[in-house]
Design a protein around this ligand. Structure first.
Ligand SMILES: Cc1cc2nc3c(=O)[nH]c(=O)nc-3n(C[C@H](O)[C@H](O)[C@H](O)COP(=O)(O)O)c2cc1C
Length: 345
């Protein structure tokens, strides 16, 4: 599947590094894991369209179901020249599924393991042993430091305005501080990226990849309700409310759905993964990030990927032309030859 390196016990091994991974993508982007949204159709179509496809382990209600999805996705991508896929895990004391689901990931040699909340060296060693990559979500420098100590391959900087659980930092400021912390680890930027121009901006600013969630909710393959998709199309940045009262951790919601939320009855103080996945939380209160205004129609994943690629290429051309113009202006002002390549070094 997806041209992995070698075969092992009937399951192909996903050995690759971040540069090889980037070389297999249409644009440097991952479709974020979406609770109640991403399943096999979304993952398979993302990978076939040249984007990393992902899903949360807890979108399947049982460990057996999770394993079944891993098998199904591998089979559907088998032999196709496409991007790799991943699943997101929540290693937390309140999540009894983590152990069995990680074992299934190892058994099926899941190419990319994404972790939130916690990460340990045991997990990264186990995934690296079969050739997989580990990405860890970080909303603070401390989270990123712990991820580097655990030897992850990439840190996902989840910044202000992201859909789902999000951080509160500005992406430029957070990326600037992360550079020293990450050393040789890759940086994936998440939060409010809903068009190809923003993807280009993130890459120019120093990210290796981006993670995009909100703009993939209104796709044909996303499993969320039609009502959720339509509300995203009808909403803009002013509708997004960031609160920790719904799930005990800061998260972004479509404010229209919070009108029925009663703080005294529902609010929680700390994260409980099993409570999170009860229908109450994310089924009643719909999530979206500040990039919600970037979606105006329901598209297939492929059509959205193609649109993002067109926008990305146009933005990168613009960046190249600005760099050339800058070099030429510099020549005129200082009288010295200054080409864009020299300026970049
Ligand atoms: C509807 C929705 C559901 C999400 N569910 C999850 C989830 O189950 N696990 C997770 O790690 N992140 C989840 N996220 C966060 C995304 O993985 C990602 O960090 C975020 O969407 C990126 O920001 P953006 O939405 O502004 O593009 C969710 C986001 C949205 C919008």
């Amino acid at each position: 599947m997806c041209r992995w390196a070698t075969q092992s016990g009937g399951v192909e091994r996903p050995q690759m590094d971040i540069d090889q991974l980037k070389g297999r993508l249409r644009i440097p982007a991952m479709v974020s894991p979406l609770f109640l949204g991403s399943g096999p159709d979304m993952v398979v179509e993302s990978c076939k369209a040249g984007l990393i496809g992902t899903f949360p382990e807890l979108n399947q209600r049982t460990a057996e179901g999770f394993e079944q999805w891993l098998r199904e996705i591998r089979q559907r991508l088998d032999g196709k020249d496409c991007a790799p896929f991943g699943a997101q895990f929540t290693p937390h004391d309140t999540n009894p599924r983590f152990g069995p689901d990680l074992q299934a990931a190892i058994k099926y040699q899941l190419p990319i393991v994404i972790t939130t909340i916690r990460i340990t060296r045991e997990v990264t060693d186990a995934v690296h042993a079969y050739g997989g990559l580990v990405f860890h979500d970080a909303t603070t420098i401390r989270h990123a430091q712990k991820a580097v100590e655990a030897n992850v391959d990439a840190v996902i900087a989840v910044t202000h305005g992201a859909g789902g659980h999000s951080g509160s930092y500005n992406p430029f400021a957070f990326m600037a501080e992360l550079r020293a912390v990450l050393q040789d680890k890759a940086l994936i930027l998440a939060g409010g990226i809903s068009d190809g121009q923003s993807v280009a901006g993130a890459i120019v600013a120093g990210a290796d990849l981006v993670s995009m969630g909100t703009c993939f909710v209104p796709t044909v393959e996303c499993m969320t309700s039609q009502g959720h998709k339509q509300m995203i199309l009808d909403s803009n940045i002013t509708d997004i409310v960031y609160t920790d009262e719904v799930s005990g951790m800061g998260a972004s919601f479509l404010g229209q759905t919070l009108k029925k939320f009663k703080v005294s009855e529902n609010s929680v103080r700390s994260l409980d993964v099993m409570r999170e996945i009860t229908p109450k939380v994310w089924r009643d209160y719909w999530s979206a990030g500040q990039g919600v205004g970037g979606s105006t129609e329901i598209l297939t994943v492929r059509a959205l990927a193609e649109r993002l690629e067109r926008e990305y290429i146009a933005a990168m051309r613009r960046a190249g032309s600005i760099a050339r113009q800058h070099a030429s202006n510099r020549d005129k002002i200082f009288g010295a030859r200054a080409d864009p390549d020299r300026l970049a070094s």
